[in-house]
Design a protein around this ligand. Structure first.
Ligand SMILES: NC(=O)c1ccc[n+]([C@@H]2O[C@H](COP(=O)([O-])OP(=O)(O)OC[C@H]3O[C@@H](n4cnc5c(N)ncnc54)[C@H](O)[C@@H]3O)[C@@H](O)[C@H]2O)c1
Length: 238
């Protein structure tokens, strides 16, 4: 049975990934920042559905000690899904330094710290899957998201480089770049702005979190062994 560690599993996409991986018989380690009550509810609902009880871990992944502690608590991780992330949107002209730093720390530094904390046992086992959730903003840019786009583009460069470092050890490193997904993150956008964004999506709708989770499961499958350094866009044709 493989063990999947999912960061930010109390959020919309993380929860959907947890459900998809539980269905496929993985042992789950679910991480959240602070919202352990929500994560416990998610874990209980998985147990009610007959899946194994997930291990719950918590903490701020932009801190090295926390990332190392969480990797230790998780034990051997076969699949690491770096999903945790935040937005602090605003035009550059008024973007506060803290909003830039916080997004880089939560969205990009966390990926470096968690990957580093989990990679050694993967190298020893000569098996691993790292799946990083980036965004279309990191590929095409997005007005009002210079900080977020920089972090998400950074994840892509990081993933492509790490993929080259560990390919010979049978470890794959890939990115999923969602467009707009129906979660708390997009519920914060005003209706008017949302309407405008939806106009730019050929499918005229947001993704459901399970449409992202399915691609994560596909990349985690042992049979996806020749896909590495890739960025898979899941964006309704954007
Ligand atoms: N919703 C979208 O439209 C969309 C689009 C593209 C990419 N994404 C990305 O998908 C991922 C999941 O997003 P979501 O929509 O489920 O958001 P969400 O806000 O529902 O969940 C985000 C999760 O990340 C955790 N997190 C944030 N900062 C953290 C930190 N420093 N340490 C530990 N945990 C932290 C939060 O606690 C939460 O559990 C994010 O990386 C996001 O950037 C989302």
């Amino acid at each position: 049975m493989s063990t999947a560690l999912i960061t930010g599993a109390s959020g919309g996409i993380g929860q959907a990934i947890a459900e998809e991986f539980a269905k496929r018989g993985n042992r789950l380690v679910l991480h959240c920042h602070k919202n352990t009550d929500r994560l416990e509810e998610i874990a209980s609902s998985l147990v009610e559905k007959g899946y194994e009880t997930p291990l719950i871990v918590a903490g701020d992944l932009s801190e090295a000690e926390t990332a190392e502690r969480i990797a230790k608590e998780a034990g051997q991780v076969d699949v690491l899904i770096n999903n945790a992330g935040i937005t602090r949107d605003g035009l550059l002209i008024s973007m506060k330094e803290k909003d830039f730093d916080d997004v880089i720390a939560s969205d990009l530094k966390s990926v470096y710290l968690m990957s580093k904390a989990c990679i050694r046992p993967m190298i020893k086992k000569r098996y691993g899957r790292i799946i990083n959730i980036t965004s279309v903003s990191g590929i095409y840019g997005n007005a009002g998201q210079a900080n977020y786009a920089a972090a998400k583009a950074g994840i892509i460069g990081f993933s492509k480089s790490l993929a080259k470092e560990v390919a010979s050890r049978n470890i794959t490193v890939n990115c999923i770049a969602p467009g707009m997904v129906d979660t708390e993150m997009t519920r914060a956008i005003s209706d008017l702005a949302k309407e405008k964004l939806l106009e730019q999506i050929p499918m005229k709708r947001m993704a459901s979190p399970c449409e992202i989770a399915y691609i994560a499961a596909m990349l985690a499958d042992e049979r996806a062994s020749y896909i590495t350094g890739a960025v898979i866009e899941v964006n309704g044709g954007m």
